[in-house]
Write a protein that binds this ligand. Structure first.
Ligand SMILES: Nc1ncnc2c1ncn2[C@@H]1O[C@H](COP(=O)(O)OP(=O)(O)OP(=O)(O)O)[C@@H](O)[C@H]1O
Length: 732
């Protein structure tokens, strides 16, 4: 009796073997704990350091000076719809008040000089090459740097006394802000020691010897960031002597206020440069895009570029109209457009109708036509607005199209691949895809997630139809690297989707994604979906998207990124009282809501486990999900919580993104979220499908710095409820 071998590996007895394993498990647990602690502390340290850097806090009035705005203009991607690439502190997008004009247009309306009013500008121009000193001046190389300073090139008082022909009169149809009509520049006598840039560009009579194209270029590069100089490097900028830096801007100092603002901007841009370039490394496609073309190259490229611009403007118009319609409807989720008007297969429409989906949501209405056209798309839409269906439908359509031409394969290629960051999300997407495939016989969807047996996965993939695959990156990569027949199946891929794209392109997943992308065919369509798309991720997205991709943003620039019907508040409570406070808040909520359904987010798996045990011992109806639990257990809890009410789910970040638990009434976030995106996604587990909900963020006093990150989200401070002695004793 008492089965099992009597000796164990290494000649150990059963008990020795057991003890050894227990010891190893304890060591592993201690290691994990130490690691989590280190991560947490490192994060806090870096946040605190960041908050102490000059200029870390946002401007109080939410606006910036014109110079900063101009810099931002130059810094953005030169694409319509890329407004979300603007710096967070650029302030609202509006036309800056222009200073009293010292520059007048010879025989033309002054308004032509306003930045951004490209449409009013004359469609012709000339290069100011009459001046012999400017023969080497290549307007196409320099104009971008000149234009932004145009307005700065005045002094605070006095009337103009001398007029000269500005040598940079040219026209470039590619760049709105660089278009300049022929102008005359009035210069004050008091400005005899003209600015460095001005000297280079004004009549040589003023200071001919100082015009130096290279020098001028570096002035611009310094002001706009090193990417303007093709041969520059991070080190170059970092090592620039202070005196030289000062010299570069010495002449721009109109007032002490402006000066300090400028220093602050410099410091801030230095920090940004360091972080963005270092973080992006070779993936910083922007650098490449900005590399200056030669004059000839650029001229030859005009026809193509004009075509591209037309496309972009058309896209922008379409999306602008969509957005206006969306805004006019308020926060309503559904549109008037029905799925049977979307050009998708009637069998899919039938399945949609069975599932109760008749009308499209805003994101579905906006993105579907573009996705079905075969374009690469980057979609940003609030949490719980139906992004999953928005990409599952094109995934099914692309399979249907591909299957028309691939009929003779023994094992069908995988035509659509959907990547997502968590196992629960993968399971959910697979289930949703199955619902939509109800009437499509012979088309199958499978999932590949960690925590299951590799061999079983393999068998399942080979024996069941799998034209659509939903996977998490780690397990997918395992299959790509270890099974050549799997890689062969992927070579037929037509559509690649990244759900929660910003998270997948984040540093944690980036390496895996790069490897996965390398093993996919280049000729494919790629769709990126998320509720949050930070600027850096937008840049890295070029890794997977084609250059002419379309941006669909149903949130809108400057709009609140969280669901409007979710009441958000934060409490600042000493750290040692967090457990008491959680219990107090839960009790209060349970008393108020009959059908309560609460998600409680904790910072680590360890804390999650501890919180769960405490609440369970306090006789609350709780469940737990975190990475330390086996997958079968996680799936069971996920299903139970999805289908029930009067339940509290204590979870780590495995439930932060994408997971759709219907009718969650309250989300509590205990401790500081890792970033703004994490706050938004966690909160997004409530208030889905336009419903109402409540979110509470519980911070310790030293975590309050995080509020800066979400300053534009309507989170109200709330008074912490009193914790009486009885409750305290109970918890302790
Ligand atoms: N056209 C539709 N009509 C009615 N309900 C819909 C429609 N499309 C999606 N839904 C429902 O909306 C809910 C949220 O959808 P989904 O999970 O796709 O949101 P999401 O935008 O992906 O959210 P997240 O950003 O959190 O991932 C789901 O319950 C889904 O069934």
């Amino acid at each position: 009796m008492g089965g099992g071998p009597r000796t164990f590996p290494g000649g150990l007895s059963k008990w020795q073997y057991k003890r050894m394993h227990e010891k190893l498990a304890r060591q592993k647990q201690r290691g994990l704990l130490r690691h989590e602690k280190q991560l947490y502390l490192a994060r806090l340290r870096s946040e605190i350091r960041a908050s102490q850097l000059p200029g870390a806090s946002p401007p109080e009035d939410g606006t910036t000076a014109s110079r900063a705005h101009i810099r931002a203009l130059a810094n953005r991607f030169l694409k319509p719809g890329a407004e979300d690439l603007w710096n967070d502190d650029d302030g609202p997008i509006h036309r800056a008040e222009l200073p009293p004009r010292r520059i007048t247009s010879a025989g033309r309306n002054d308004d032509h000089h306003q930045l951004g009013s490209a449409k009013e500008l004359p469609r012709s121009g000339r290069v100011g090459a009459q001046d012999p000193r400017l023969v080497a001046f290549n307007p196409r190389r320099e104009y971008r740097t000149v234009a932004p300073w145009w307005w700065q090139w005045t002094s605070a008082s006095g009337t103009p006394s001398r007029t000269m022909e500005a040598p940079f009169c040219f026209f470039d149809p590619n760049r709105c802000y660089s278009v300049m009509p022929s102008v005359q520049v009035h210069q004050e006598p008091s400005n005899a020691s003209v600015p460095l840039v001005a000297r280079g560009l004004t009549s040589g009579a003023t200071a001919p010897s100082l015009f130096n194209q290279e020098r001028f270029y570096s002035v611009a590069a310094g002001q706009f960031g090193r990417k303007w100089r093709p041969d520059s490097s991070d080190e170059d900028d970092e090592c620039m002597p202070v005196a030289k830096k000062d010299l570069r801007f010495a002449e721009f100092r109109a007032s002490s206020e402006e000066e300090s603002e400028h220093d602050e901007l410099e410091a801030r841009s230095a920090i940004r440069r360091k972080w963005s370039s270092a973080a992006l490394r070779n993936c910083d496609m922007k650098k490449e895009r900005r590399a200056l073309k030669s004059y000839e190259e650029e001229s030859n490229d005009h026809a193509g570029r004009i075509q591209e611009l037309r496309e972009e403007i058309r896209n922008m118009e379409v999306l602008g109209a969509e957005r206006r319609r969306y805004e006019s409807r308020g926060e309503s989720l559904l549109t008037n457009k029905r799925f049977d008007e979307c050009g998708i297969s009637p069998l899919t429409v039938k399945a949609l109708t069975d599932a109760g989906y008749v009308q499209t949501t805003v994101v579905q209405e906006t993105s579907l036509p573009i996705c079905l056209e075969g374009k690469d798309v980057l979609v940003k839409a609030k949490t719980g607005t139906g992004k999953s269906v928005a990409f599952l439908l094109p995934a099914i359509e692309s399979v249907l199209n591909a299957m028309k031409s691939h009929t003779n394969h023994r094992v069908s290629p995988i035509f659509s691949l959907i990547l997502c960051p968590t196992r629960e999300l993968a399971i959910q997407l697979t289930a949703e895809a199955n619902v939509l495939l109800k009437y499509h016989k012979g088309i199958g969807v499978q999932s590949l997630i960690g925590g299951t047996r590799f061999k079983l996965d393999q068998r399942r993939l080979e024996s069941n139809p799998c034209q659509i695959l939903v996977a998490t990156p780690g397990r997918l990569l395992d299959h790509i690297e270890n099974k050549s027949s799997f890689s062969v199946r992927l070579m037929g891929l037509k559509l690649f989707v990244l759900d929660e794209a910003d998270h997948l392109l984040d540093l944690g997943f980036r390496k895996d994604i790069e490897k996965i992308v390398d093993s996919l065919p280049r000729q494919r369509q790629t769709l990126l979906f998320s509720a949050t798309i930070p600027k850096e991720v937008r840049r890295v997205s070029q890794l997977v998207l084609k250059r002419d991709h379309v941006l669909v943003d149903t949130v809108g620039v400057g709009a609140v990124e969280t669901p409007t019907k979710v009441e958000q508040m934060y409490l600042v409570v000493p750290h040692e009282l967090h457990f008491h406070m959680v219990y107090r808040l839960l009790r209060e909520h349970i008393n108020q809501e009959v059908d309560y359904k609460v998600i409680l987010f904790c910072t680590t798996a360890m804390v999650t486990e501890f919180m769960y045990i405490m609440l369970r011992d306090l006789k609350l109806n709780v469940r737990e999900i975190h990475s330390r639990k086996p997958q079968l257990y996680r799936t069971r809890i996920y299903e139970e919580f999805r289908d029930s009410s009067r339940l509290i789910l204590v979870t780590s970040d495995v439930s932060t993104r994408g997971v759709n638990y219907p009718d969650v009434t309250l989300v509590i976030q205990v401790g500081v979220p890792s970033d703004r995106g994490q706050y938004i996604h966690r909160l997004g587990r409530t208030g889905r499908e336009g419903k109402s909900g409540k979110g509470i963020l519980l911070l310790a006093p030293w975590e309050e710095y995080f509020l800066n990150e979400i300053h534009d989200i309507p989170v109200q401070k709330s008074q912490a409820p009193h914790i009486d002695a009885e409750l305290k004793q109970k918890v302790e």
